[in-house]
Design a protein around this ligand. Structure first.
Ligand SMILES: *[C@@H]1O[C@H](CO)[C@@H](O)[C@H](O)[C@H]1NC(C)=O
Ligand SMILES: *[C@@H]1O[C@H](CO)[C@@H](O)[C@H](O)[C@H]1NC(C)=O
Ligand SMILES: *[C@@H]1O[C@H](CO)[C@@H](O)[C@H](O)[C@H]1NC(C)=O
Ligand SMILES: *[C@@H]1O[C@H](CO)[C@@H](O)[C@H](O)[C@H]1NC(C)=O
Ligand SMILES: *[C@@H]1O[C@H](CO)[C@@H](O)[C@H](O)[C@H]1NC(C)=O
Ligand SMILES: *[C@@H]1O[C@H](CO)[C@@H](O)[C@H](O)[C@H]1NC(C)=O
Length: 767
């Protein structure tokens, strides 16, 4: 067992260097705002009593700071970003000038919201707006025959101002902003057939993005998915508020074992007369009911497509001809359930003869890690070379930005890697030809930053770097050729005000990874412990990513230690990999979590009588399973929108995990929480659920509650009417934070009277 202690760090305050900018004053504003946030944060971590509204404000500001102010590249040398006040600015890195594109008042008013998001997601438009801003020239997107339809999606193409958008599940195209609209598809049907965007299953489980269309590099062709849910059962979600009768929202949601959406891939020719070709799936076992989990253009006429069978244990990567629709099978593999990278985009060499993928490979005693492998497109099958004489340890967590190989330029590839440590993400470059020499671009680049995300400019000359932890997050822009120089449009480090971050520890125990966060000055105290459970397959919670949310508030206000655990998976448990049966994943996970909790209880600064557990969705399921598996080990627990029975949950998830319900009845029974209800009778816990949750339906909690009532269990319940999986209303979010804080504070508080009684009891026993 190894214990790594990262010393509580001094973190520099970040402030914008306003002198460096040209005309606008906004930078100074941002800088000052950030100083305020950061100074406030030091208060959070040090002060004992903190007003809740203040905290809410802080969390909101933190979210705004990290999520909404991301700069995007408009061209090689120009970024556009939105300030906290909502102004949109552009910064040119060559001329070193910043100017205002849109004032925050421009877009306020009638249609503002959707319009704004459209503007932000389509940056070239901004350039146009910038040129025409003096004339206030806006163009509204509406297809000719449908002037009341709601815009579902819009995006720019690679050439000029090509524009594609989706209305009422059909795709429309304009060669440029002022030209006539062409309709590209006509099969769209409300609720059942969608073109160019994803349905629930594809957005949440398979592609993990909303758009389902891909431009060829030259802008001459557009590939898109048609997802047909005609045979899929509909889920009905009642909305109770504001009417005499509830309004029911219907949408296709295939639960385990039911009919899946059928999917087809089309390519439409945009230059000349529109001509649509359907891509024919390659022959493979289970091709009948399949998913498409990745589409990517290789050249102007060829596409790489990944097909998955229904239970997702087999995938076929194929190269398809856009002109004829024929696909050839290039690489077939047993899907790695544990490493779950079905969206990974392969990288093709310029001449198309070789492609690169990350594949698991043995790496001595440390187990299997994903490495970059090169495969030939000439021979189909499994002939490939690993670059495995170099220990490239690629990130094996679930990556939402499809794929690991970020980009290629000439001979270089760029990727994020966990080579430095399992908890970090650094950007590396490596030559694809020759010796494959790796070079870390972000190691030691920025103080207190070791967890990065990155976006490149179109031609890779610049990248914006999102430092996400362990220090306070910040965004900087760098030149690829010389990453050490930051651009003036970045926030500069300012080292006057310092504060102590919470002590962050990471432990490895039995190959389980544990992160423990303790309030400052923890040595002299014993603390209650809150275990935060995620545990969904493929996720990693023990990382160096910074976070600021209600658990951190609980920690700093009530002296509670926070722990995150990563369960065993194939990567950290190489010897057992073949014997780990994923149908028993839940019981393994519960065992792992409990082993870790018991280990944490031995620490001198943890109070073993005050331990609690929280989780959401799959984490909520595991939390309740942990309560059921123990006898009052936990003083209390909280579960938000728990999955209680995998038969009620999404087919794509449940089947990947447990197989088909008709064949694996036993596995479904064993995994179900509903069977464990008698064991929850004497546990104290809080259940939370939004009644309009479209991902984990309220049905899960309903089934659980009816059984809890029968066994006369002592639980607390908080419902959020008409709220979804993620709460939307600001008041609901605040209420949720308060409810959780209040419940956990109450349950975990140190009760001197109680401990006095217990001590007496112990003494009595001694007598
Ligand atoms: C940008 O302008 C600032 C002053 O406004 C100057 O200090 C800085 O050196 C300039 N940067 C470049 C790359 O020219
Ligand atoms: C627009 O920006 C100004 C400051 O520049 C700020 O006072 C105002 O609140 C902002 N308006 C909105 C709607 O955000
Ligand atoms: C969708 O599938 C149904 C059968 O499940 C079929 O009748 C219908 O034609 C399909 N629609 C499209 C647009 O493919
Ligand atoms: C995938 O799963 C099915 C049934 O669960 C099984 O019959 C098949 O052999 C599996 N395929 C692979 C490649 O493991
Ligand atoms: C990107 O590079 C290509 C070829 O190297 C060039 O034609 C194109 O103009 C470049 N694009 C930008 C925005 O610099
Ligand atoms: C039920 O739980 C509450 C706290 O949530 C506790 O005060 C009460 O004593 C419990 N009742 C029983 C019968 O265990």
């Amino acid at each position: 067992m190894s214990i790594i202690r990262t010393v509580p760090q001094k973190v520099p305050l970040i402030v914008a260097d306003s002198d460096k900018f040209g005309p606008p004053r906004n930078w100074k504003g941002i800088g000052i705002a950030m100083v305020v946030i950061l100074a406030v944060m030091s208060l959070v971590l040090l002060s004992v009593v903190l007003e809740m509204p203040f905290m809410e404000h802080l969390i909101q500001q933190y979210e705004t700071l990290t999520v909404k102010s991301c700069p995007s590249f408009v061209s090689e040398n120009e970024v556009v970003l939105k300030t906290r006040e909502g102004h949109i600015l552009s910064h040119d890195m060559l001329s070193n000038l910043t100017f205002s594109l849109l004032d925050n008042s421009t877009l306020v008013g009638d249609s503002s919201k959707e319009y704004l998001s459209l503007l932000l997601s389509t940056l070239k438009w901004l350039v146009c707006v910038c040129v025409c801003v003096c004339h206030r020239h806006f163009v509204e997107l509406t297809p000719p025959e449908k002037d009341t339809a709601v815009l579902q999606y819009a995006a720019w193409g690679p050439q000029g101002s090509q524009l594609v958008y989706v209305f009422e599940n059909d795709i429309y195209y304009q060669p440029d902003v002022s030209s006539r609209t062409m309709r590209l598809s006509s099969t769209g049907r409300e609720e059942t057939v969608v073109n160019g965007v994803t349905d629930w299953t594809y957005e949440e489980e398979i592609l993990l993005t909303y758009p389902a269309l891909w431009w060829s590099v030259d802008g001459a062709r557009l590939a898109y998915l048609t997802i047909n849910n005609s045979a899929t059962p509909l889920m009905e979600i009642p909305h109770f508020l504001g009417g005499t009768y509830p309004l029911n929202i219907l949408y296709p949601y295939p639960k385990a074992g039911s009919n899946l959406p059928s999917v087809s891939l089309f390519v439409v020719n945009l230059y000349g007369p529109a001509h649509t070709v359907e891509i024919i799936p390659p022959e493979f076992h289970g091709a009948g009911d399949c998913y498409i989990s990745m589409v990517n253009w290789i050249s102007s006429t060829q596409l790489a497509v990944r097909w998955l069978n229904r239970v997702q244990n087999e995938s076929v990567l194929s190269v398809c001809e856009a002109t004829t629709g024929a696909c050839s099978k290039k690489y077939k593999m047993a899907m790695d359930f544990w490493q779950d990278l079905q969206q990974e985009v392969p990288l093709f060499s310029t001449d198309g003869s070789v492609f690169y993928l990350t594949l698991p490979a043995k790496q001595g005693a440390r187990g299997e890690f994903r490495h970059i492998a090169s495969l030939s497109t000439q021979v189909s099958g499994r002939s490939f070379n690993f670059f495995n004489c170099f220990s490239i340890v690629l990130c094996f967590c679930k990556i939402k930005e499809r794929g690991l190989l970020i980009h290629k330029s000439k001979k270089n590839s760029y990727f994020l890697s966990t080579e430095e440590s399992r908890q970090s993400r650094h950007l590396y470059s490596a030559e694809l030809e020759g010796e494959f020499r790796r070079h870390c671009l972000t190691c030691h680049l920025i103080d207190h930053c070791s967890f990065f995300r990155v976006h490149f400019s179109p031609n890779l000359t610049h990248f914006s770097l999102y430092c996400l932890g362990p220090g306070v997050p910040k965004v900087t822009i760098h030149r690829t050729a010389d990453p050490s120089s930051e651009y003036s449009c970045t926030m500069k480090a300012f080292s006057h005000t310092l504060w102590d971050l919470m002590g962050l520890f990471s432990f490895n125990f039995l190959d389980l990874h544990i992160k423990l966060s303790l309030p400052p000055g923890f040595e002299g105290n014993v603390h209650a412990l809150l275990v935060l459970v995620d545990g969904s397959p493929g996720s990693q919670s023990v990382t160096e990513e910074f976070s600021l949310d209600w658990p951190e508030v609980l920690s700093s206000t009530s002296n509670v230690a926070l722990a995150w655990l990563d369960c065993r998976n194939r990567v950290s448990r190489p010897q057992r990999s073949s014997t780990l049966d994923h149908r028993k994943l839940d019981s393994l996970r519960v065992k792992d979590q409990l082993a870790a909790v018991e280990w944490l209880m031995q620490l001198p600064y943890i109070d073993r009588k005050r331990i609690s557990v929280y989780g959401k969705a799959f984490g909520g399921y595991l939390s309740l399973k942990m309560l059921a598996a123990t006898n009052q080990l936990f003083k209390c627990g909280a579960a938000m929108a728990p999955i209680t029975d995998f038969k009620l949950y999404s087919a794509a998830f449940s089947e990947r995990y447990l197989g088909l319900p008709e064949k694996e009845e036993h596995a479904y029974m064993a995994a179900s929480l509903l069977e464990d209800v008698p064991k929850l009778k004497d546990e104290q816990f809080l259940l939370l659920h939004g009644s309009a949750d479209a991902k984990v339906h309220f049905q899960h909690s309903a089934e659980l509650l009816s059984r809890l009532v029968k066994v006369e269990a002592n639980y607390s319940l908080q419902l959020y009417p008409d709220e979804g999986h993620a709460l939307k209303q600001e008041q609901s979010i605040q209420h949720l934070h308060r409810t959780l804080l209040h419940y956990l504070q109450n349950c975990l508080k140190h009760d001197p009277f109680l401990s006095y009684l217990e001590e007496e009891e112990e003494e009595d026993e001694d007598d």
